[in-house]
Ligand binder design. Sequence first.
Ligand SMILES: [Zn+2]
Length: 146
Amino acid sequence: MGTDYYAQTVIGIRVPRSKLIGEEVGYMNNCICTPKTYSFTRYCPNCGRETKREVRTNKPLFQELADKQGYMEDMSLLGWPVRQDFSDAKHFYIGMHASGLVNHDSRMDLPDLSEDVIHEFRSDMNSLDLWDEENFGLWTILLCSH
Ligand SMILES: [Zn+2]
């Protein structure tokens, strides 16, 4: 048992989480009566539990991300890898390239950074309205497993 930390290098853009993950609001009936009380009042008059409890859940804004929910390490958009820094829940990183996870110094082969690949990445991100010149670069992020 323990906590393991890994670093990962992503060449690409950092985007606010809210651009990829929205929120869905639903309701849950916590009444424990038999039969359940369905009421327009917030609390059940018999058991006192909430009959319309608001529940907010994450809702990926892109189907490609929704398909991989729960498998964060496999997320991608238009085939480009999508990663998240575990210590920062406010951003995602979309890469032209993402290295493997490392927990010690590690050399990686330089990926193809030709104009063609950068152009393709940029136009894919533009098509999703995610391209952000100022946040394009080399990112090092921290991941954690326990
Ligand atoms: Zn009840």
